[in-house]
Design a binder for this molecule. Structure first.
Ligand code: SF4
Length: 488
């Protein structure tokens, strides 16, 4: 990967293609700029990109070549298809300029496996899907292989995956509290205080919202497939409040239909025996106990107040209560090198959690880390890629199967996040949310609802993020309930 490029673009509309160009370029270089007025910049490599789009073909040439290096015949001129063809020409050229084959080709979206499902539904033949991904989307062979493997694992885990949206929904509950805020976090996670007055009003509204949402679900005859308590860290609640929330949910559902209930207990410092007993009592199948790193210096640097030793202790404590334990790790945390990644994997080798989720560090705009980027030196793109490759190899060698994958914008080295699982421990909710195969109703702070209609259109509704606004949510909740009434 090289840095400091300025592309002088002509022949396409900035309004339509600027974002596409930027997203595609991120696969090769960080911070490239695009100018549409031939303005050359000092101290960077200026490269012209001349497009020609007419009724018959899309052509693209640059300074390095004196003829069209790439040219695609346009067969179908709808806007979406044209955009894919233009993207394909860009990727073909960038692959040559940077002498690097972008693993995801023209795919810039966060859900490449969803495309695999869509194509499979259309053609019902895996080989055809593979060829389309290779030829039309320029996805590389290793990426196609991982998509195929994830696709097959998902179908095996949820055989009725394409019928899930008929009579059932899944539920997400957002609990917006954490012991401290991690430096990279942009989730609704408010530092919990002793006798926090926000807690009572939050729980009041949460219970009200649960009542209102389930009134509609019952009216519409919808059962619940999976429930996910996230946030924040739901185990920041006291054992008593946690029990109240679970009790409330169970009072509304037909537990015979429920396939899975997950509770994020990501911060080891929030876990104790009392809470684990509550989780077991309500048949919670899966929790996360997230180390992120097994290096105490890193944990301190990113604002987590638990230690490596506490993570290990709480993991072993949880084993007696919960069937599936997930552990998250982040590749590319500030100051970390390959040695830290190997150390994390060595610890996983001792603990053998049922799920491991490997995230690449993401620089979300509103996070403390992004706003203070110089304070957090991170690995270069190449180093980060090497680290991710080490995790992939380790997972394979240790019988962890990839079962979901997603990409993010502004992620280190444009890498992907991958959820791995031991056989028999696959988390259904993660598949449902990633592949958008079922309506998810979000309840609580920052909870996002995705209401999928019968003709596969998605209506997104976002709840207020902070507990104070959420407490006054009563006034806007009708909007969500009306969408549910109309489309479920
Ligand atoms: S534990 Fe998770 S939700 Fe809480 S602050 Fe850290 S990243 Fe955010």
């Amino acid at each position: 990967m090289k840095n400091n490029y300025n592309f002088l673009v002509s022949g396409i509309s900035e309004e339509i293609y600027d974002l596409t160009l930027k997203h595609l370029a991120q696969q090769y270089v960080q911070g490239a700029t695009f100018c549409y007025n031939f303005e050359r910049k000092e101290d960077v490599l200026n490269i012209s990109l001349e497009f020609e789009i007419n009724d018959e073909f899309v052509g693209l040439k640059c300074d390095f070549y004196d003829d069209y290096e790439s040219k695609s015949i346009i067969k179908n001129k709808n806007r979406k298809e044209l955009k894919r063809i233009v993207s394909k020409e860009i990727v073909k050229l960038f692959n040559k300029i940077f002498n690097y084959e972008a693993p995801w080709g023209v795919l810039t979206g966060i859900r490449p496996t969803k495309l695999f499902h869509m194509l499979y539904n259309q053609y019902r033949d895996i080989e055809t899907v593979r060829n389309i991904l290779k030829d039309d989307y320029l996805v590389t062979l290793p990426s196609i292989n991982i998509l195929e493997s994830i696709f097959k694992t998902q179908i095996e885990a949820i055989p009725d995956v394409y019928n899930l949206n008929n009579d059932e929904v899944s539920i997400y509950i957002g609990i917006p509290f954490c012991p401290t805020k991690c430096a990279y976090c942009t989730f609704p996670a408010y530092q919990i205080k002793k006798n926090d007055s926000r807690m009572e009003s939050f729980l009041d509204m949460l219970f009200k919202e649960i009542d209102l949402v389930f009134d509609v679900l019952i009216k519409k005859g919808k059962e619940v497939t999976t429930i996910y308590l996230g946030g924040g860290t739901p185990t920041s609640l006291s054992a008593i409040d946690l029990e109240k929330v679970l009790q409330k949910i169970y009072s509304k559902i037909n537990s015979n239909k429920l396939r899975e209930i997950t509770v994020e207990a990501g911060r080891p410092d929030t876990i104790d025996i009392e809470k684990l007993e509550v989780l077991k009592k309500y048949n919670v199948n899966r929790i996360s106990v997230n180390p992120q790193s097994f290096n105490n210096n890193t944990l301190r640097a990113i604002g987590r107040i638990h230690s490596v030793e506490e993570t290990i202790d709480k993991y072993y404590l949880s084993r007696d209560y919960i069937d599936t334990i997930n552990m998250d790790m982040i590749v590319g945390l500030p100051g970390e090198t390959k040695i830290d990644i190997e150390n994390t994997l060595e610890n996983f080798g001792n603990l053998i959690p049922d799920n491991i989720t490997v995230h690449a560090l993401s620089f979300k705009r509103a996070s403390h880390m992004t706003k203070n980027r110089t304070k957090y030196p991170v690995a270069t793109g190449n180093e980060a890629e090497e680290m991710l490759d080490i995790t992939k190899k380790w997972m394979k060698d240790n019988d962890y199967i990839p079962y979901y994958l997603y990409r993010q914008k502004n992620i280190l080295a444009n890498m992907e996040n991958i959820g791995y699982s031991k056989k028999g421990h696959i988390n259904l909710y993660n598949i449902i949310i990633m592949e958008e195969v079922q309506t998810i109703i979000g309840i609580g702070c920052g909870a996002s609802s995705k209401i999928i209609t019968k003709d596969n259109k998605i209506h997104n509704v976002l709840n207020p993020k902070d507990p104070v606004s959420y407490s006054n949510y009563t006034e806007q909740i009708d909007k969500k309930l009306n969408i549910m009434l109309e489309y479920l």
